[in-house]
Write a protein that binds this ligand. Structure first.
Ligand SMILES: [Zn+2]
Length: 53
């Protein structure tokens, strides 16, 4: 098991743009995902979309 810098709960990941630890649930509806930080071009949105197929 690899240990990262921060402990993450299942499903959480670190946004590569804003470096926030986010959970897919924070992005709201699947058909209208929004970054918890409010960045329209947040790459985390694509990550959530890809993981919730
Ligand atoms: Zn972000």
């Amino acid at each position: 098991m690899v240990e990262g810098v921060t402990a993450k709960r299942e499903g959480e990941f670190t946004c590569t743009a804003c470096f926030m630890i986010v959970h897919p649930r924070q992005f709201g509806r699947r058909d209208r995902l929004t970054c918890p930080v409010g960045d329209d071009d947040c790459p985390a949105i694509a990550v959530v979309r890809a993981s919730e197929s």
